[in-house]
Design a protein around this ligand. Sequence first.
Ligand code: ATR
Length: 403
Amino acid sequence: MTLLCAPVKQFKQSEKVDLIETIDKTLYQQGRPRYVDVDWKTPVLPPGDVIVSYHNYEETPDLEAVLKILQQAHPKAHFYKIATMATSTLDSLRMLDFLQKHPKIIGLCMGELGAITRISAPIFHVPIMYAPLCEEDINAPGQIIVDQLQEIYHFSQLNPETKIFGLIGDPVHRSPGHLYHNDVFRKKTRNGVYVKMVVRPSELSDFIDFSKKLPFGGLSVTAPLKEAVIPFLDEIDPTARDQGAINTLVFKKGKIFGYNTDGDAALDVLSDVIHKTIVILGAGGAAKAIAYSAVQRKAEVVIVNRTADKARSLAESLGCGWSQTIPKYDILINATSVSMPIDEDDLVQGKTVMEIALYETEFLKAARRKGCQAIDGMPMYLKQAAAQQELWFDTFQSNRRCC
Ligand code: ATR
């Protein structure tokens, strides 16, 4: 069990946390001093239970080497605390891998990229995690206030059997995945936690190596990794292979399986598309999946993309049309990564216009202005996310202890 500790500017009791840490670094439990936290360079430890701390606000160095230094400096510490700055998500996974080998270390990565180390502390037997009661009490970069930790991530219900899920890609900040998936886990008593992680293409190989060593159950994959992730998979669902893009990973029996839930989700939102002309803007991972499903459902598909060669090769692989200008359409879908990839004049009143991004793009705004039947990205998001939950369900079968 991980005790939650609130750093406070002025001492105050709170039932929301187990410990209160005051400015002089004393940690109080039920009003009494419980631990005192001292920097590892302190020559002589004070009496009582002492946490010997190492802070590095620049980087996450070799963690084994840091621990050795702390143990040599103060072999009798009650706990060792190692707080380092995450300059990438890989630093955070390195910290989790280290904690996995050293239960009872208070280890965490600071900064926004360190969020997963704070959230998943109970999974790694971390004895104390710091979570301020309010924004004003934040005293280290990346701290998550206790209400968010509990209400979004259900921190107190996480335990060493909890599986980690999440979103990888860059950017990830617009995704509501942490809200949606953690809510489903709780309502369906699935012992999982979902965390968004910035992962850039150059980090993907190392990320996958770390993920295999950690208790991952599954991942959502977003741009720009939907195609890049394919070489790292052990098995690929035949439909996803044909689509040439992956948005869901499942970790099972030591293997990583790839699926795609985007295409069917988009087409389910549109319902009846037989013989309708669907123009898809873009030829990246999302466009491929949607175009594939649209062709399967007997729509007349035309791909339009900034880079014409990519439009042509996608169209050839699917046996559909492509164009350098926007032809007449019944349905127009923006599957590019930009807010407004076309001229407003190409939007036609009364036609169905769908956006897959999760914010109010210029494309959506213009579609509404023009009197199109505008569909934002949320219905598709919810359908593809529900399908991901179904794919992940199996990963809980081997271990059902929850909450
Ligand atoms: P995703 O996985 O979400 O589909 P992606 O694979 O990075 O993301 O694809 C992005 C799509 O947006 C591509 O079709 C890209 O066009 P190119 O193939 O020409 O790169 C398109 N795109 C990106 N920036 C664009 C821009 N400024 N104007 C028009 N299209 C753009």
